[in-house]
Write a protein of this length. Sequence first.
Lengths: 155, 192
Amino acid sequence: MKKRLIALCIATLITFTALPAMSVTQDLTSNNGGVRSLRGLVEISTTNKSEMLKRVPREQTLIDRNYVQQPPIIPHSTRGYYINLNVNKCLSCHSFKNAGEMDAPKISVTHFEARDGMMLSDVSPRRYFCLQCHVTQVAAKPLVKNTFQPVKSLQ
Amino acid sequence: MLINLLKRLWLIMRTPSSAAMGFILLLGFSGGIIFWGGFNIGMELTNSEEFCGGCHAPIVAEIQETIHYSNRSGVRAICSDCHVPHNWTDKIIRKVQASKELVAFALGTINTQEKFEARRSHLANREWLRMKKNDSQECRNCHQFKYMDFSEQGRRSVKQHSTALASGDKTCVDCHKGIAHRLPDMSGIEGW
């Protein structure tokens, strides 16, 4: 009887001393040490204030590439553009068939290449999801200063 | 027996009433208001979003992602704004046609998402055809070509609207498909 009581006491003691210790270690892992990151001076464990959604400027013209392999940036809004099994809204203007009539840049033939290097007659499934590489340019200032210089041929 | 009853009824209908003229007129007017009003209320009820959603719940949810539901100025369209003609006679014609859809409801033609997806193309094509035939009247109830300001439109919009739409070659729905719902398989559709 006595032994059991002692064991119970020890168990309670351990729980009560261990709990605060555990929370301390949690605090330690989430402490960013006062370093200001892109998400501000906010602990990782807390949710920071979200940025305002950026607007897409209207009437943008083609945006030049900064490096040769860069997927061209989209100079218009793509809100409500569906790309799924049924339909690819982007290709309704940018496909080989429609680009001429719609006066839109034509999709590059490199997108017709399947994984094994074979050329297909239409967009390859692995290149079907446009927004995977091409993104819309919004009215946003660069988050950090950038000194990147394009190669001579693009300058 | 029946003959007698009919005879009596005929007599009542033939003989001038002893009630005052004003009373009879009052009866007539109030009856008219009740029946006509009730008819229109019924009509309006079957135009409400809740009523449509009773059977077409998934497709009513789809509009919530589009500009016809949520936008900067808060003006929105509900199902009937696009799918029921506003003009009275056309509206009645469409409502009578809709009674066919009650049969589909009873048969459960689109009562699951899978069944609906399988029929999406058929339903969409039927609605596009209807809009093409009436020159996109339901679009034009709000979007009137006469009051379009090309200087406020985008470059690409002006190009299409000032040519094909202005000349009547094309109508709204020829280009603006899937503006309130997701699209079906578009292979073989003109312009896609």
